[in-house]
Write a new protein. Structure first.
Ligand code: IVH
Length: 707
């Protein structure tokens, strides 16, 4: 057939031809990548690709979600874009024993106030050891795929996921308009072994385990590499949904299967902790024969309305848990004990081992935790030791073999001085006179290791997250004295604008380029500029204050709304104002230890100066958006007291927080609402004295369900 010139195509003809090209090229791709049996020549395939691109260039609005130009060989200009998850991708809490499982089920029953006569259906399925991915479908067409990332923002790996045969491009049957399927991308044992053999022959990278192989294959800039790797996908959860097709976990999974996804065949329903544990044993026996890696079982509450009520704590759902399989062990020789110095000065002993394979991974380091641990197990250099690894956890030494020990092997002596700066290293004394388990370098910022580690924390992914400024660059720039404190990062460009160091300039290549800034340096400065705008919680977390993790940083950010708010509160506290201190302690989730750590941090002039210098350098922390702004209690502080009869305290608290309220433990002038059940005492009295709104449980429930 004579081809019409692209410029002569009508819109209808263009749309039809694009549809035809998408279908044809998909068939050619399958023949080429999956069946190793190409149907057309490379040249003909390229001609089709050209034609497709030309039509898309002429009619950009007709470009299809399944366009061949987004597939194989097309290299996205930016490695991976960012995708904000509309519904956060969470992690799971762990259970390590049958008791933990019994407790988990009991906790749920209590939270939901179920009595013994009321059933609680659960589900159990293997925990696949791969990488989670979220797949977005609009009107049944796969439009976007993302990694989990930090749970809120992932990487756009659509082009790569399109190469995974288990991931349908189009869903069959009636599906919700918007649908996000979540599950695990993994590689099975056979495919993994074959891939590694191939890699070895071709001189490519040999992967340590199937999970790494899956990860390496998925995060490929060139999606055609992904296409050549045998990846698979199991669907087990969902994100954004325009409509829910079912009311239970198991019915949802059945829908996934109907729509064309692979779901795990070992999925079962269970009605008690005992049944869950029984299934766990069954699968553990089959584990080695499954053909792919699993590291435990995941249990979930079946009813979705229960899941909704149970909600989340921090980053894990209350309605699900991972019941891990026991770790894998091996024996080897302990060659040396190294001491690492962390950002708070903690000296951490690390075992240097003769490399050994444990569960398919080569292990040469193990954590020794602290000096007590070494003494308790009487671990000595030269010992034959049994090490164990469980999932992603750093391997540990579980025991030493005394029979194999040389008679004159000396006991290990923990250093009394910091190996990095020579300052005295001591164990702190707690308030009750006992010794802290951690030995700490007393050198503070004169200790290069501490200063460097603080910088690494400052630029880490959950803190400032600056592209091109990772752990390695911090080490390098530290050594070159380019960066010695956080504020130096933001003055870097200005300080070196006249005379940039050689590492940022072309040293060879075309003559007119020599001496000019390299692209990577230009990118680094742009990334630093972009990082000046940062969420307040990340900013607080980045400061690396002891005991202030992401969750507490977020609580402080929400409470104070600005860095100046936190600074002035701390200044007041440092002047000895106990009321100001009490205000921070009253923030739900912020305890005495954290307040002590904040005081310790803000008492140091150089820490206060660091914050000031960052602000001077143009860093502008942004207040967090309210969780939920359109509810009756958003932004208010609620206190619950007395017995609640229809909703447990935990559920009431979770519900209030989900509606954007703060829940406090005691009544003060800052309290807005007191919910008082029967038996309320002093808190009710105080609330009445202060003239606060006091609600009965029924009034609270009405408020909680309307909003
Ligand atoms: S459910 C809200 N089910 O485990 C709960 N997760 O440790 C979402 N995983 O990030 C997770 N197999 O990557 C669930 N059958 C399974 C799973 C599973 C593996 C992974 C997933 C998640 C991680 C949490």
């Amino acid at each position: 057939m004579q081809q019409i010139l692209v410029s002569d195509l009508t819109e209808q003809q263009a749309a039809d031809e694009l549809a035809q090209l998408a279908a044809d090229m998909q068939a050619y791709d399958i023949a080429y990548y999956e069946n190793d049996a190409p149907l057309i020549s490379d040249a003909d395939y390229d001609a089709l690709r050209q034609r497709n691109m030309a039509i898309e260039a002429q009619f950009p609005h007709l470009k299809r979600a399944d366009s061949p130009s987004d597939k194989v060989g097309s290299k996205p200009s930016q490695a991976f874009g960012k995708v904000e998850h509309k519904v956060a991708m969470l992690s799971l809490g762990n259970a390590f024993s049958a008791d933990d499982v019994v407790d988990f089920v009991a906790r749920i029953r209590k939270f939901l106030s179920l009595d013994d006569s009321q059933a609680l259906a659960m589900t159990a399925e293997p925990k696949i050891d791969g990488l989670s991915a979220s797949l977005r479908y609009e009107n049944g067409v796969f439009v976007q795929g993302a990694t989990r990332g930090d749970g809120q923002v992932g990487e756009d790996i659509t082009a790569n996921l399109k190469q995974v045969p288990d991931i349908p491009q189009h869903l069959s049957g009636a599906v919700p308009e918007v649908l996000e399927i979540r599950g695990e991308v993994y590689m099975d044992h056979q495919d993994f072994a074959a891939l590694n053999a191939r890699q070895e022959t071709n001189g490519g990278k040999v992967f340590a385990n199937p999970r790494n192989a899956a990860a390496g294959s998925l995060r490929q800039i060139d999606a055609s590499v992904t296409a050549s790797r045998p990846l698979r996908f199991f669907a087990y959860a969902w994100g954004d949904m325009s409509a829910m097709p079912a009311t239970t976990q198991s019915a949802m999974i059945a829908c996934f299967a109907q729509w064309g996804f692979q779901t795990n065949p070992a999925f079962v329903q269970a009605n008690s902790a005992e049944q869950l544990i029984e299934h766990w044993h069954t699968i553990e026996h089959q584990r080695a024969r499954l053909g792919y890696d699993i590291d435990g079982m995941v249990y979930k509450v079946d009813r979705l309305d229960y899941q909704q009520r149970l909600g989340f704590v921090s980053r894990a759902p209350r309605w699900a848990i991972a019941h891990k399989f026991p770790a894998e062990q091996a024996t080897t020789i302990l060659r040396a004990i190294d001491i690492q110095v962390g950002r708070t000065g903690a000296l951490t002993p690390v075992a240097k081992l003769q490399p050994v394979t444990v569960g398919g991974v080569v292990v040469s380091n193990a954590t020794l935790h602290n000096s007590d641990e070494i003494a308790r197990k009487d671990i000595r250099v030269g010992d034959r030791v049994t090490i164990q690894r469980a999932g992603d956890v750093i391997p540990q030494i579980v025991s030493v073999s005394l029979e194999d020990r040389a008679p004159n092997a000396p006991a290990y002596e923990f250093p009394t001085h910091c190996p990095e700066c020579g300052s005295v290293a001591q164990r702190e004394h707690r308030e009750d006179g006992t010794q802290d388990i951690v030995t700490r370098c007393s050198g503070g910022l004169i200790c290069p290791a501490q200063a460097r580690e603080r910088l690494k924390h400052f630029v880490s992914r959950r803190a400032f997250d600056i592209d091109g400024l990772g752990q390695k660059q911090i080490d390098d720039y530290w050594a070159m004295e380019l960066i010695r404190s956080p504020q130096d990062i933001f003055t870097l460009k200005q300080r070196y604008s006249d005379n940039p160091p050689d590492i940022w300039r072309y040293g060879s290549g075309s003559k007119d380029k020599i001496g000019t800034l390299k692209g990577s340096a230009v990118k680094l400065f742009a990334a630093i500029d972009a990082a000046r705008t940062i969420d307040l919680d990340r900013f607080i977390f980045a400061l690396g204050i002891r005991h202030i993790g992401e969750t507490s940083a977020r609580l402080l950010a929400r409470h104070f709304g600005s860095i100046e708010g936190l600074q002035s509160q701390m200044a007041t506290i440092l002047q000895g104002d106990m009321l100001a201190r009490a205000e921070i302690e009253a923030i739900d989730g912020v305890g005495n230890i954290m307040v002590e750590a904040l005081i310790e941090f803000f008492a140091e002039a150089h820490n206060r100066e660091t914050i000031e210098a960052l602000l001077r350098a143009g860093v502008t922390p942004q207040a967090l958006a309210e969780v939920a702004q359109d509810t009756a209690i958003a932004g208010k502080t609620i206190v619950f007291t007395g017995t609640l009869e229809k909703m447990t305290r935990a559920e009431a608290k979770a519900r209030a927080e989900a509606m954007g309220a703060k829940v406090a433990g005691s009544v003060s002038a800052k309290t807005d609402i007191l919910v008082a059940g029967p038996g309320a005492g002093s808190k009710l009295k105080k609330a009445e004295e202060l003239g606060l709104d006091v609600l009965s449980e029924d009034q609270w429930i009405e408020m909680a369900t309307i909003s």
